[in-house]
Design a protein around this ligand. Structure first.
Ligand code: NAD
Length: 448
């Protein structure tokens, strides 16, 4: 099948590469010339495990090419996937200008071709009604037959290739058989074995994506709210979670207390749900609370560090381990680390930081940090270490070596990586989320 992917971000590039790998002929179109230069060399412009290798083999097989020319990129397409960004705009609303701009580009490029039948799929995360608005834009002054569909993407950065090749489910919204048949054929190699290909009406398909992200964000804010109570009443959130999640109805996934969610999806999608609620005169109370709790969580954590040092960090050196919004990515969009670094710096701290992949992207957001080449140099002579991302290499550090590097053995752990017993044994002052502080008093930690 001839496929054109519009937008080579995390979603577009992974989608295009995986479809090409399955034997389709794929052109990835983007407006960013710098990105196109990198892509043409077979290099991914961002860190995603396994992506560059898969790109290289698909480029070599001739199935994957890149273009900055809409006219030629759309010329032979059987199906076009719109994968451009839908960020939160300055007015707080979902910015659909990139999606609508692409609809205009498609109409300009091939709209005048009579008897042409093309399936146009909105894959970007869009508020309900947007796919129909794209259809209206396409059909305006076009004679080509555009079959519209919606196909939200559920991949997770850091394991995007696996997610795409072995999805939990694929959701499609459609209106006519041609779109349904085309998507069924295209996704055939990726479904089966308990991985359903679900077809719904377009509005429901758009809504599934928001409902899914809102639910996941809700789990995180929920457990963080309980963690706050634990902190005040002396309970331990890890024990509470274990006891709570033993109930099958609750489930075990995603209840991880910490400094909250970030990234390009949960924050903006939660806001978009709130926006939909306002527009429909059905205020989304749960989602509003989820968002506020998430913002509060990162503020609270930064404030706590400042408070521990008596309200000022003048003359203090603080290290941050982990800058990406989550492990296995270099994405720092809306990462808690940015707000935390800004707050610490505003109270006078000098900051050194280490992240296995996200240093460059972080520096574009906040440059007032010294980037260290490895995790131990980052903590040279520091008054405290702050952990913002749970990269694998931070899970089992050499605690004695850490103490040799640090001026003071003080750790603020925003991801609850270590047991309290372990930190007590190594004589650290240890502040985590929803658990008693490890200071000079003995503490009871019943977990291994
Ligand atoms: P991104 O911002 O990383 O990439 C978007 C790309 O689109 C950029 O390379 C940009 O140059 C390009 N672009 C913009 N206008 C264009 C045009 N007119 N023609 C061609 N290219 C154009 O975006 P992303 O993170 O891949 O997200 C894309 C969409 O998918 C968003 O709606 C997002 O919410 C959704 N989504 C993202 C993820 C994720 O993990 N990142 C997961 C699921 C869904």
């Amino acid at each position: 099948m001839n496929i054109t992917i519009v937008g080579t971000g995390y979603v577009g590039l992974v989608t295009g590469t995986c479809f090409a790998n399955a034997g389709n002929s794929v052109i990835c179109l983007d407006v960013d010339p710098e990105k196109l230069k990198t892509l043409s060399k077979g290099e991914a412009p961002f860190y995603e495990p396994g992506l560059s290798e898969l790109m290289t083999s698909s480029i070599e097989s001739g199935n994957l090419t890149f273009s900055g020319e809409p006219e030629s990129a759309y010329e032979n397409a059987d199906i076009i996937f719109i994968c451009v960004g839908t960020p939160t705009g300055e007015d707080g609303r979902c910015n659909l200008s990139f999606v609508m701009g692409v609809a205009d580009d498609i109409a300009n490029a091939i709209g005048a071709q009579k008897d042409r039948e093309v399936v146009v799929v909105v894959k970007s995360t869009v508020p309900v009604g947007t796919t129909h608005a794209v259809a209206a834009r396409l059909s305006k002054s076009s004679v080509a037959n555009f079959c519209i569909a919606n196909n939200p993407e559920f991949l997770r950065e850091g394991c995007a290739i696996d997610n795409f090749l072995q999805p939990d489910r694929i959701v499609c919204g459609f209106e006519d058989d041609h779109a349904k048949n085309t998507l069924t054929e295209l996704y055939g190699p990726f479904v089966g074995d308990g991985r359903p290909l679900l077809f719904f009406d377009i509005c429901s398909s758009e809504m599934v994506k928001y409902a899914s992200n809102a639910m996941l964000a809700c789990k995180i804010s929920f457990i963080n709210e309980i963690a706050t109570l634990c902190e005040r009443n002396g309970a331990n959130i890890e024990n509470v979670r274990e006891g709570m999640c033993a109930d099958n109805r609750i489930g075990t996934q995603f209840y991880k207390s910490g400094i909250g969610y970030g990234g390009s999806c949960f924050p903006k999608d939660t806001l978009a749900v709130m926006e939909m609620g306002d527009d429909l005169d059905a205020p989304c109370l749960v989602n509003t609370a989820v968002h506020e709790l998430n913002q509060r969580q990162r503020r609270w954590f930064a404030d706590r560090i400042v408070k521990q040092f008596g309200g000022s960090l003048e003359g203090k050196k603080v290290a941050i381990w982990g800058l990406a919004f989550k492990p296995q990515t270099d994405d720092v969009r809306d990462a808690p680390s940015i707000d935390i670094a800004r707050t610490l710096s505003s109270f006078g701290a000098t900051i050194s930081a280490y992240d296995p992949e996200a240093s460059e992207t972080f520096l574009k957001e906040f440059a007032d940090v010294h980037i260290a080449p490895d995790m131990y140099s980052a903590i040279d002579d520091v008054d405290a270490l702050v952990i913002c991302t749970e990269w694998e290499e931070f899970h089992a550090p050499d605690f004695d070596k850490m103490k040799q590097h640090m001026k003071e053995p003080v750790v603020f752990d925003g991801r609850n990586l270590y047991t309290m017993e372990c930190m007590q044994k190594h004589d650290f002052q240890y502040f985590s989320v929803g658990r008693p502080d490890v200071v000079s008093q003995p503490v009871q930690d019943t977990r291994e």
